[in-house]
Design a protein around this ligand. Sequence first.
Ligand SMILES: NC(=O)c1ccc[n+]([C@@H]2O[C@H](COP(=O)([O-])OP(=O)(O)OC[C@H]3O[C@@H](n4cnc5c(N)ncnc54)[C@H](O)[C@@H]3O)[C@@H](O)[C@H]2O)c1
Ligand SMILES: O=C(O)C(=O)C[C@]1(C(=O)O)C=C[C@@H](O)C=C1
Length: 359
Amino acid sequence: MAEGRLQGPVLVVGAGLLGTSLGLTLTKLGVPVWLRDTSSEHLRTALGLGAGQIAPDIAPPPQLVVVAVPPDVIGETLRWALTHHPQAVVTDVGSIKTGPLEQLRARGSQGLARYVGGHPMAGSERSGPLAASAALFDGRPWAVTPHQDSSADAVELVLELVRMTGATPVRMSPDEHDRAVARTSHLPHLLASLVAGRLVDAPPGHLALSGQGVRDVTRVAAGDPDLWQQIVTGNAPAVVHLLGEVRDQLDELIAAVSKGKRKELTAILEQGVAGTTAIPGKHGGPARQTASVFVSVPDHPGELARLFADAGASGVNIEDVRIDHDPGRPTGLVELLVAPDMEEHLLTSLESRGWVTHR
Ligand SMILES: NC(=O)c1ccc[n+]([C@@H]2O[C@H](COP(=O)([O-])OP(=O)(O)OC[C@H]3O[C@@H](n4cnc5c(N)ncnc54)[C@H](O)[C@@H]3O)[C@@H](O)[C@H]2O)c1
Ligand SMILES: O=C(O)C(=O)C[C@]1(C(=O)O)C=C[C@@H](O)C=C1
């Protein structure tokens, strides 16, 4: 049984990546979860994974309804939840916040005070319940976007849901949220799609030279196009504004490169460097400087586990990890990101245990 105000049951509508992940997290914490989905296959899979149950015929009303359906149907699903569950607080995990709220207002939905929007900044390029994870929200920012009529009790319950998942609540207005994610999520996705699209007609010999750089820049472009066209059109004004800025800068970039204007080119590259350091660090804190230790890891079962155990034995906290596979050799290159003052110690310690390292 869960402690605190959020006791459940929690009804999760939409048992895909987000809904199933939330169901798994809450079930682990002892909160009863009921699942609904229009796809019987997704529902069956989510139930099989242990993300919740189907609500019994005779059951107490849900304390909280979480809507986790595609953007185009969030507004109508929120309206259904507020109407059919008149005692429940209602939230959602949708990527855009103003559109669904406007729909609720336009249709004069009842119980608007019980609705508080939400958006975990956690996900994946994969969709559906099989991509779900109970740890999806841990350490991630989760926007909580009360509107002017949201009740204080409803806001408190949604904040408690967020904290229980291990995420960090970031409170802001729906409008500010949409302008923020246009910059931090929607524009990066569209630009990743453009870059990845340039690879489609590339000769196989060129693709053989794909390193970690192109993988880092294109990962999110593998996301479901149907989901992303709904997200982007739902936030069109903010996204179009940023796309216009990028178009202008692309013109500057083309001029700088074609005319060999190194100063202008360097200024654009420097602005990029400044942007990467502006991204907050782990757990929403300020960006932290890290140093990289590269380790060659044989492509054998158990080698990664041995590396992490040896790094752990050296007493160094690993801030992040990246893995690059060398297509031509039976080794992987693992990049361990650590605090700069720990770099030397980790290098020496791993070398003394027989690892081949590089700075
Ligand atoms: N994918 C991400 O990385 C991510 C991250 C944060 C938020 N979101 C948002 O969360 C929501 C869900 O995204 P997802 O990635 O879990 O998608 P998903 O496709 O994995 O899951 C959506 C689920 O909703 C179900 N569904 C569709 N219409 C329904 C309806 N009317 N009633 C009940 N169920 C319905 C689908 O069958 C599917 O199981 C979206 O609004 C998305 O914008 C996605
Ligand atoms: O990590 C990813 O794969 C994501 O794309 C997650 C991501 C993001 O842009 O950060 C994508 C869309 C959501 O609305 C929230 C999170």
